[in-house]
Design a protein around this ligand. Structure first.
Ligand code: M6R
Length: 606
């Protein structure tokens, strides 16, 4: 993951680089660093932890230089300390890198044999020495070309040179990189978001391309060093402002924003006037598709799993779901009548992007459900369905999850309708319920005290389980992921019916178990599974929906009731208490809720 910034200007750049690094922190927050060029010297300052640590360093505040690069790191090779922080520099060259160099050990051996001395444990440092070595015999463009050719793996690079006061090199393979254009200055950044406070004129590099950024113009090259022309895109000039407001954490704010996420999605996609769904421009004929494969990672994968239940219920399509990091290396049977759907909040997740790329290379139909519409996944898929939930800052995905499942549900309805699997009158009823959903989520968000009370039990236990059947199973997985990600306690999501095939052995006296048992088709079956865990000593937190019928079980530790709606839509409501459970557990432990340890918001390495 890691975030990169570069600025070539005619005024001092360090303060602007620091501000951009703050925007890039969602990509990594293990360490931060900056290098500038002044009076023919490369100055480099790095610090462990957040950008604010770097900013506090008095030398950064006095750092001179009109050209510079900066980096926030998510550690891959080597501990997250200041030595391994980027930039990495030799006397001649300084480099920031996002990605992984897979042949770094071999390259290091070669470079050591040539007399190069290494300071860090990173893979990145080989790039510095390789460029330095190649510069002995080549000019800048050829040394870069030669270096890139020798690297295996993925990278987005920003490079400055001691002897080049008006030049930054950027290069991309696998990891995203953008160039921005300003008045008498130009920029390099991991994404347009980092550049937005400076410019809305952007060029995205494609895989294999590199660029030379001067103050007054930018040149682009393909892998073999041939000059190419690239388009300048003009993005919306609004620099989306997003702060915590009165909330303690972005995550708390983002949980509360979910009714708005749903309202936005519904407004965008529901065509109330025609009792239809506002997805009219699908580029494939209905009989061209007989199956659908949904692909994502982490929470986005759970959205895909959720969607499988809806697509199977509503349409006649065959439905497959895959984890992107598995899909990309399997021997897939690509079939022309399959639609591949990629789900991603950031639109930059390396594995999801690679899966999309693979499908495109095999001539498949591709569609993406993304939040960041300027992202690589959105740009490179044939058809894009934006989530419209606004910026999500908390590393633990909340509003984007609800946004993703909303759009996937709407897509399932649309495909069901155009394929003749769903009648207009049935659609009308479903749309009516859907329009009520934001209000129900708002009400469910008010269930707070009970969740706060039970959260300590989850923190103090050795581990916990989250069980559900049918529509509730993907939500159980998501609830467990949220708890482990935020509270650093072991939590396992399981289909309730699978417990007796092994995991039941884990249940012991007092173990907290969340059982999702809304009054749906699976209710009675799930309640039976719940009784099986209660009988073995589990402390069950039952999450169900409000009903006039009494709950058919005894010895339940605690019960939380969400609002009621039709069976399809209950997963949206069940998600809310699970997000809050994870939030309060982490809050009670005093953990860094918006930036959990070892993680990053955008996972741009595989
Ligand atoms: O940006 P993406 O949706 O592609 O990210 C995928 C996962 O990395 C992400 O959902 C991750 O699992 C979240 N931290 C979970 O809360």
């Amino acid at each position: 993951m890691c975030g990169i910034i570069g600025i070539n200007s005619n005024k001092s750049v360090s303060a602007t680089i620091i501000n951009s690094l703050k925007k890039l922190e969602y990509r990594g927050y293990d360490s931060a660093g900056i290098a500038t060029l002044s009076n023919g010297f490369i100055n480099e300052i790095k610090s462990e932890g957040r950008v604010e640590n770097l900013e506090k360093n008095s030398s950064v505040q006095n750092m001179e230089g009109n050209i510079g690069i900066g980096h926030v790191r998510w550690a891959t090779h080597g501990l997250p300390n200041s030595i391994n922080a980027h930039p990495h520099s030799s006397q001649n060259v300084s480099v920031v890198h996002n990605g992984i160099i897979e042949n770094s050990t071999l390259l290091k051996k070669f470079l050591v044999s040539k007399g190069h001395k290494f300071k860090s444990q990173t893979d990145t440092e080989v790039i510095v020495h390789l460029i330095t070595e190649n510069l002995k015999t080549e000019n800048i463009v050829n040394s870069i070309k030669k270096t890139l050719k020798a690297l295996h793996g993925s990278f987005a690079l920003g490079i400055i040179f001691k002897d080049q006061p008006d030049l930054i090199v950027g290069a991309r393979r696998g990891s995203p990189l953008a160039v921005g254009y300003g008045p008498n200055e130009n920029y390099l950044g991991s994404d347009s978001y980092a550049l937005k406070s400076m410019t809305n004129k952007i060029t995205y590099l494609n895989d294999g391309e590199f660029c030379v950024i001067k103050k007054d113009h930018v040149e682009f090259f393909n892998e073999d060093g041939t000059k190419i022309n690239k388009k300048v895109l003009e993005l919306s000039s609004e620099d989306e402002k997003y702060d915590k407001g009165d909330y303690k954490h972005f995550m708390a704010k983002e949980i509360e924003e979910q009714p708005i996420t749903l309202k936005n999605g519904i407004k965008e996609y529901i065509d109330s006037a025609n009792n239809d769904i506002n997805i009219y421009n699908i580029p494939w004929k209905k009989n061209e598709i007989s199956s659908i494969t949904l692909i994502g990672c982490g929470t986005a994968y759970h959205s895909c799993l959720m969607a499988k239940y809806w697509f199977e219920e509503l349409t006649s399509l065959d439905v497959n779901v895959d984890i992107a990091s598995e899909f990309r290396y399997r021997k897939n049977r690509f079939k022309k009548d399959t639609l591949y759907v990629f789900v991603s909040q950031s639109g930059e997740t390396a594995d999801t992007y690679a899966a999309l790329d693979l499908c495109k290379k095999n001539g498949m139909k591709t569609c993406s459900v993304v939040n960041v519409i300027e992202s690589s996944i959105a740009r490179d898929s044939e058809f894009v369905l934006p989530i419209h939930c606004g910026i999500e800052i908390g590393v633990a995905s909340t509003k984007a999850f609800l946004g993703q499942i909303l759009i996937l549900y709407i897509l399932a309805l649309k495909l069901a309708l155009v394929r003749g699997d769903l009648e207009k009158k049935d659609l009308s009823k479903k749309l009516k319920d859907l329009k009520e959903l934001p209000k129900l989520v708002e009400k469910t968000l008010q269930t707070d005290n009970k969740i706060q009370n039970v959260s300590s039990t989850f923190n103090e236990a050795k581990g916990s389980m989250f069980l559900g059947r049918g529509f509730s199973y993907p939500i159980a997985l998501e609830g467990a992921l949220k708890l482990k990600e935020l509270s650093y306690v072991h939590a396992e999501g399981y289909p309730a019916g699978e417990m007796k095939h092994g995991p039941l052995a884990l249940i012991e006296e007092g173990m907290p178990v969340v059982v999702l048992a809304p009054r749906d088709t699976y209710y009675k079956k799930t309640i039976s599974n719940m009784q099986e865990v209660i009988a073995r000593g589990a402390k069950v937190l039952l999450i169900t929906n409000k009903s006039s019928d009494e709950i058919i079980s005894e010895n339940i530790w605690e019960t939380i009731e969400v609002e009621s709606t039709n069976e399809d839509l209950l997963p949206f409501l069940l998600t809310i208490p699970l997000q809050k459970l994870a939030y309060y557990s982490a809050l009670k432990k005093g953990l860094d809720i918006d930036k959990p340890r070892n993680l990053a918001k955008s996972v741009t390495v595989e």
